[in-house]
Ligand binder design. Structure first.
Ligand SMILES: [Zn+2]
Length: 360
């Protein structure tokens, strides 16, 4: 079976760009596409397209992707966030630019989406009703998703805050959000709850998604962080070709040596069973996490990559570089308050700097 997944770059509506096509982990002949319509100009036997839109290696917090099959366009985890305060610093404007860009990409992806999946109710995975200035607003999702089907995590095993967010989201969308756990419909299947990281940890549980089309299988494993065996067992049982998951939170000092070793064991176990394992999100919040990814990749014939690698884009670990960016480009006092009030024209104020920075 030949698996062909495309890696798309979003550009201005009229622009035609070259993309790389992944054939069993290798870059094959380039293909020309027009991103605005997502229409392939050259008829290729693409059965499924996977695009990663938001992740730490792409400059923001999240794990949002779009999976396009012959008859479905599935947006998984339409959310984006920036660490509100890290190392005593609010997000750098460079990060805010990346956040605005990602929010635009998610909005674009939601146009014409048939299905929207929400793996759990953390603000980087869904549009919160009380979104801060760096998150995706629920109004955009409500406007664009009037006819899409929603597939959402149940709330029985979630924290008070996640339950509150789920109810608020349902109210804002004006619909009941159906519990998808354990269900299958057409190309989609959803897991029973699996731990958000460690079993019994504070994050509660998440729901994983499987998409199958013409024998090709993609799994979005959300925030499992390679920290529990239950999720890995389920993913392997699903027999995927490509998996997108949060990697271990190497940036956390609380992650013990034992937990790191176990995460490595699970990663190698999973990498053996798939063509491409994409690890991002918690893993890519630090340069040490990136080094861990490079190390694992060297052990696995480069089957283990981050979201940016998969998309054929430059890695852009802005969260890991926040302090550095403040040193490079100091931020005026009061800038964040002005941005929150809508008084900042981000691109024109920072255009010369943006030019030099070249986000993504
Ligand atoms: Zn997350």
């Amino acid at each position: 079976m030949v698996i062909i997944f495309s890696s798309l770059r979003y550009v201005d509506a009229s622009e035609t760009i070259i993309v790389a096509i992944w054939v069993q982990g290798e870059v094959a002949l380039p293909l020309s596409v027009t991103s605005a319509s997502m229409k392939l100009e050259v008829g290729q036997p693409l059965t499924m397209q996977v695009e990663i839109i938001g992740a730490e290696s792409l400059g923001v917090r999240g794990l949002c992707c779009v999976v396009t099959t012959r008859d479905r366009k599935v947006v998984i985890d339409p959310g984006v966030a920036l660490g509100f305060r890290r190392h005593g610093l609010m997000p750098h404007p460079v990060q805010v630019i990346a956040s605005e860009r990602t929010r635009g990409l998610i909005a674009k992806a939601l146009q014409g989406a048939t299905d929207v999946v929400i793996s759990h109710y953390h603000g980087d995975h869904h549009p919160p009703v009380d979104a801060n200035p760096y998150q995706l607003s629920v109004k955009i999702v409500a406007e664009l998703c009037q006819s899409c089907k929603f597939w959402t995590k149940g709330t029985e095993d979630l924290s008070y805050n996640q339950v509150r967010r789920a109810k608020a989201l349902a109210n804002s969308l004006g619909r009941i959000l159906p519990i998808a756990e354990g269900m299958s419909e057409g190309p989609l299947s959803f897991s029973s709850p699996v731990p958000h990281g460690e079993r019994g940890g504070r994050g509660g549980n998440v729901m994983m998604t499987r998409v199958e089309d013409s024998g090709d299988v993609f799994v979005h494993a959300s925030d499992i962080q390679m920290l529990n065996d239950a999720a890995i067992r389920q993913i392997i049982a699903w027999q995927p070709n490509i998996v997108l998951a949060s990697g271990p939170p190497i940036y956390l000092p609380s992650l013990t040596l034992e937990e790191r070793k176990a995460a490595l064991r699970r990663t190698l176990q999973l990498a053996k069973k798939v063509d491409i394992l994409i690890l991002d999100h918690h893993l890519m919040r630090s340069k040490k996490g990136e080094q861990w990814l490079n190390y694992v990749s060297s052990l696995t014939a480069h089957k283990v990559v981050c979201g940016a690698d998969f998309m054929g884009l430059r890695r852009n670990l802005l969260e890991a570089e926040r302090v550095l960016w403040y040193k490079r480009l100091p931020v005026p006092e009061g800038w964040h308050r002005a941005y929150a009030r809508g008084e900042v024209d981000l691109l024109s104020d920072w255009s010369d700097k943006v030019e030099r920075i070249k986000i993504r």
